[in-house]
Design a protein around this ligand. Structure first.
Ligand code: NAD
Length: 250
């Protein structure tokens, strides 16, 4: 028996990093997983290989920009028609663009807020009405510990993730009595392609200030997602769980 047997889970940003890890783990727990990402079919191959290696074909891929309203609504309609109603939505797609505030173009600001915050809103809204109708569902938003502590040259990113946390708490209040649990995960620095973009100086400084003294693995974030998606997480409402190596201590 898996913790997510019979569930349909939609994971955005599923082609890489944390989203790939969550998707494979959800499939292992028995869910049918819809992998959503910007990439084309070939771009999903490493996540797909991970799922197929489990001996299951309970997955679908869908190319979609989470910041694009029309594409997101089309994706949700497609999921409903071809897979079924979504029980779990993981808003994981995210981008990080480094810039000091003084040098930041409005295009960078809009892009980061567009994917990380607007995307979280659009994808959630596209599945929410049917969760309300069915009186059940889980929404898991991937925030960041930088929302809690800020980050030099990371203001757009930190602001977007701060928005994700506020959105999570507000929506959690709106729908908790309707059987829908909305929570966030705010990871610390995790070894993924997103972190690979950081400079050696940044990595050195970050490692020195991290209480645990090392960057995290995707596998150290995934169990929190399983907790929040499964029956084990039934009493979490508007929580911000932090697998972060001690970067933020709540
Ligand atoms: N890696 C870290 O240190 C870290 C820490 C805290 C939070 N996070 C958050 O975790 C999430 C996953 O990050 P990751 O580290 O796995 O990064 P990643 O770059 O490995 O994966 C992000 C995925 O999102 C996809 N994506 C980007 N823009 C998209 C869009 N507009 N529409 C659909 N898909 C899009 C990318 O194609 C990619 O597959 C992000 O929200 C990130 O902000 C990461």
């Amino acid at each position: 028996m898996g913790k997510l047997d019979g569930k349909v889970a939609v994971v955005t940003g599923a082609a890489s990093g944390i989203g790939a890890g969550i998707s494979i783990a959800f499939a292992k727990e028995g869910a049918t997983v819809v992998l959503v990402d910007l990439v084309d079919e070939a771009g999903f191959s490493s996540t797909v290989s991970g799922i197929v290696a489990l001996g299951t074909d309970r997955y679908y891929t869908y190319t979609c920009d989470v910041a694009n309203e029309e594409q997101v609504n089309g994706m949700a309609d497609w999921v409903r028609a071809n897979v079924g109603e979504a029980d779990v939505v993981v808003n994981n797609a995210g981008i990080f663009i480094e810039s000091s505030v003084v040098d930041m173009t409005s295009a960078i600001w809009d892009k980061v807020i567009g994917v990380n915050l607007r995307g979280t809103f659009l994808v959630t809204r596209a599945f929410l009405a049917s969760m309300i109708e069915r009186r059940g569902g889980r929404v898991i938003n991937i925030a960041s510990q930088l929302a809690q502590i800020g980050g030099t040259e990371a203001s757009a990113y930190a602001a977007s993730k701060g928005g994700v946390i506020s959105f999570t708490k507000s929506l959690a209040r709106e729908v908790a009595t309707l059987g829908i649990n909305v929570n966030a995960i705010a990871p610390g620095p995790i070894k993924t392609p997103l972190l690979d973009g950081e400079t050696p100086e940044w990595r050195e400084r970050k490692l020195a200030e991290l209480p645990i003294g090392r960057f995290g693995e995707v596998s150290e974030v995934v169990p929190t997602a399983i907790l929040l998606a499964s029956d084990d997480g039934s009493y979490y409402v508007g929580a911000v769980l932090g697998p972060n190596g001690g970067d933020v201590m709540n």
